[in-house]
Design a protein around this ligand. Structure first.
Ligand code: FAD
Length: 425
């Protein structure tokens, strides 16, 4: 590891930004391949600077924000993003053995491996612990059979974080084990599903005798539900956080971005079109939209823009609280942040429709906004579903935060195999 910036916990955010900008001046070149640039970022501890050395610099949230601000200010490409960094990385760091951490973390933060999340099944979404995919022991390996669905970026993944049932005679939440599964093998069939955005981000995944070595079991046998909850808490907090602002390539060996020049991925407008989130940058774009449409002096539009700006600010603070940055812990910061984000997104879509009127329905080249708003609009139902629906987040807030009684259901100690089919609790 050759890091040219010394880690320093006491450094101000301004000082960090200035130093990282100087580092970028020295190292950044849009002609570098994505692999070369991500490797430089990771080696300098700047990919995920909040991680402890040797992977990061042990920076605070504010110092990390300064690193991102420096990347944006210099127009440089950001670090790898996606399921690997949002979900696999924190889960492996929390539950992995030293060998697993050494095997996977460097290749997540430098983008060598792409990841997907093999949790949801056709009969197990909100009721995730009702999953039916089986993993059976065969010597030093596990043989996995079942079907997953909604698997985002499954077609681009080298590995999947998988939960599977290893003991059907154990109670529902206790017979589940968590694995890090190689995706490119004969027993894994990934079939893309097309969404109404026109893209095929997610997939159905058929597992028919897929194999995982026992050395890639994450956590103890039968302890997968607790490990999965680490993943889910990071998912809720990550979804609640506005992000992005710079072009991003896809990590992993499958899609082939790693050996292309960074300059291929620096189209900011394109990057914002496909993120599906509202950020402070999106609010600025709404202001521009209103100005172009001659609606900026309309008091109703101005009111809605101010409302959206306020919500985006609160959303950012909620996401920081959910990630443990400030304030007390109630245990439901993640669900609160996620609901805040989905509500803000809905307000943004209403605002865009109010500004554009019928033009909001135009698509492609006919679209007044080059399509960024329309893409945001057709994607907007998704965040209220993924990572646990808004209704499920409200259940969690009610039961865990407010202490309301749980929904009636079958006793938690009843063996999974004895539960009636489609039993939801
Ligand atoms: C864009 C997108 C990407 C996704 N990516 C992934 C991925 O990469 N990996 C992955 O594993 N999954 C992924 N998912 C799946 C997602 O986690 C599930 O869709 C979600 O958990 C809901 O499950 P379901 O679709 O089976 O709906 P269901 O659970 O069948 O729910 C249907 C409706 O019933 C409501 N409902 C269900 N139970 C209750 C209850 N107890 N109380 C109140 N209301 C209830 C729900 O809120 C919902 O409105 C993705 C989903 C989307 C939309």
């Amino acid at each position: 590891m050759v890091a040219t910036i010394e880690p320093h916990a006491g450094r101000t955010a301004d000082a960090v930004q200035a130093e990282v900008e100087a580092w970028i001046d020295e190292h950044w070149d849009p002609a570098l391949t994505v692999r070369e640039w991500w490797s430089k970022l990771a080696t300098a501890g700047l990919s995920y600077s909040m991680l402890a050395p040797p992977y990061g610099r042990g920076y605070s949230r504010e110092q990390n924000a300064a690193v991102f601000a420096a990347l944006r200010a210099k127009g440089a490409m950001g670090p790898p993003a996606g399921i690997g960094t949002m979900l696999s990385l924190p889960t492996i760091l929390t539950h992995g053995t030293p060998e697993q951490i050494e095997q996977f973390v460097p290749r997540i933060i430098d983008g060598t491996h792409g990841w997907c999340q093999l949790f949801s099944e056709p009969g197990a979404g909100s009721d995730l612990a009702g999953l039916q995919t089986r993993a059976e022991r065969d010597g030093d390996e596990w043989v996995v059979t079942g079907q997953k669905v909604w698997t985002s970026t499954g077609q681009a993944a080298d590995y999947g974080i998988l939960i599977a049932r290893t003991d059907p005679s154990a109670p529902k939440h206790q017979g589940i084990t968590y694995f890090l599964m190689p995706m490119r093998q004969p027993g894994v069939d990934v079939r893309p599903l097309r969404e109404m955005t026109g893209h095929a981000v997610f997939n159905e995944v058929f597992l028919d005798g897929a194999r995982v070595p026992d050395s890639l079991r994450l956590g103890d046998l039968g302890a997968g539900w607790a490990v999965a909850n680490t993943t889910l808490s990071h998912e809720r907090a990550g979804i609640g956080e506005a992000s992005g602002g710079f072009g991003r390539a896809a990590p992993g060996s499958i899609v082939g971005h790693l050996d292309r020049p960074c300059s291929d991925f620096l189209d900011k407008a394109r990057a914002q079109m496909t993120q599906g989130h509202i950020s402070p940058g999106t609010v600025k774009r709404f202001i521009e939209l209103a100005r172009e449409a001659g609606r900026l002096e309309d008091p109703m539009i101005r009111q809605a823009i101010a409302d959206l700006h306020t919500r985006v600010q609160v959303m950012g603070w909620s996401a920081r609280r959910a990630k443990g940055g400030a304030g007390g812990r109630t245990g439901v910061e993640g669900p609160l942040a996620k609901i805040g984000m989905t509500g803000t997104l809905r307000r943004g879509v209403e605002l865009g429709c109010a500004i554009l009127g019928p033009d909001a329905q135009l698509w492609g080249r006919d679209a007044a906004t080059s399509g960024w708003f329309q893409e945001l609009m057709v994607f907007s139902p998704a965040p209220g579903i993924y990572g646990g629906t808004d209704e499920i987040q409200r259940n969690i807030i009610g039961e865990r935060g407010l202490g309301l009684p749980k929904e009636p259901g079958h006793p938690r100690e009843m063996p999974f195999k004895d539960l009636p089919a489609n039993a939801t609790r």
